[in-house]
Design a protein around this ligand. Structure first.
Ligand code: DAH
Length: 350
């Protein structure tokens, strides 16, 4: 660009050189050299002022265009796709080939989860997915686990180095119960109009486990929460029995035995008669005729109160079971680690 006034032309040369060495290119528009030009403008006769001013503005525009083309140049660089399962810079012929999705299949856990949810929908439950990172309050505090209580040890899981506002580490939840408080709080308002809270919560959970055929660091649970007026243990047992009979498509016996969870009172371990041998004893039930499947109980008054629900008026039950276990039993899968292995020999069987 040619500038009519020699001082503007000189400044233009200077600033373009300066631009090359600037780290933050936009700073050029605030360069001190502009001040000298504005000072000169003031000394000019009135009839020259507008032509000179237009020249200075043209210089600003030229510089602004240079900056934006330069940053455009940066944006033109090939983006790195951080989700790609290979280095995107390698020669295309050397990249791993991806299978077309038409050759894939739904993971057995997800296929089975759909069936589980379908049954609960028919029973009047809605579903809310749990989250894969949570905080101490939802994992423990809101569920009536006192600070430093040994019951917390049963839920040893992974934590981030980063902390929340109260200085506590974030937690990869060890159970879907970490969603209970949110559900109770969100739906508490509908209790007054006579509508119960009836929600199931599927989710991925994590534990610090010694891995073996029955223990995985990552697995899946379905939590259930039901609250209304006059809800009893009888309702709890009937609900779970109805679900299990529908899932296995046959009549089953169920039994409970006392257990301890901080968030339920009373608490139970819940077992069903083995759907494969009808209590005769087989490999699936380790010859006992029964399969212990889940933890459950009546929601502790402290948990209801924490969510703003009056335990003198409303009661409720909750449960949590692992889907991995259900699916292993159904398909005769002998090792829980197959699920997260991503092995095609395993997945292709479903
Ligand atoms: N969260 C428990 C676990 O993973 C299972 C459980 C027990 C869930 C009792 C509940 C409950 O909602 O009421 O071991």
């Amino acid at each position: 660009m040619n500038y009519e006034y020699p001082s503007i032309a000189q400044t233009a040369e200077m600033l373009k050189n300066k631009l090359l060495s600037l780290e933050n290119k936009a700073d050029i528009l605030k360069a001190i050299e502009f001040k000298a030009l504005y000072d000169e403008l003031k000394t000019l006769p009135n009839d020259e002022k507008s032509a000179f001013g237009a020249g200075v503005n043209a210089l600003r525009t030229e510089l602004a265009n240079l900056i934006s083309t330069e940053s455009l140049g940066e944006r033109d660089l090939a983006l790195i796709d951080v989700t790609a399962p290979f280095d995107v810079n390698v020669d295309p012929t050397k990249r791993p080939r991806l299978l077309p999705t038409s050759q894939g299949s739904v993971h057995p856990l997800m296929a089975e989860l759909d069936k589980v949810l379908e049954i609960f929908y028919k029973m009047g439950f809605n579903a809310v997915e749990s989250r894969e990172i949570d905080d101490d309050y939802h994992m423990f505090g809101s569920l009536n686990f006192p600070e430093n209580h040994p019951a917390r040890d049963d839920y040893d899981t992974f934590m981030t180095e980063q902390t929340d506002k109260s200085g506590k580490q974030f937690i990869a939840p060890a159970h879907t119960s970490s969603m209970q408080h949110r559900i109770l709080k969100e739906y508490a308002g509908q209790l007054e109009s006579g509508l119960p809270i009836a929600t199931v919560i599927p989710g991925r959970v994590f534990r610090n486990e010694d891995l073996d055929a029955r223990h995985e660091h990552t697995f899946y649970q379905v939590e259930g929460v039901y609250v209304g007026q006059g809800v009893t243990v009888g309702n709890l047992i009937a609900t779970l029995k109805t679900f299990l009979q529908s899932y296995y498509g046959k009549e089953l016996d169920v039994k409970t035995q006392p257990f301890y969870f901080p968030f339920t009172e009373p608490s139970f371990e819940f077992a069903l008669s083995c759907p494969f041998c009808d209590k005769q004893g087989c490999n699936v039930c380790s010859k006992s005729g029964w399969i212990e499947l889940l933890g459950c109980g009546l929601i502790h008054p402290n948990v209801l109160r924490e969510a703003g629900i009056d335990p003198m008026i409303y009661t409720g039950f909750a449960w949590g079971f692992g889907i991995d276990r259900l699916v292993m039993m159904k398909h005769g899968i002998e090792d829980i680690r197959h699920f997260e292995s991503a092995k095609l020999e395993f997945l292709r069987q479903f």
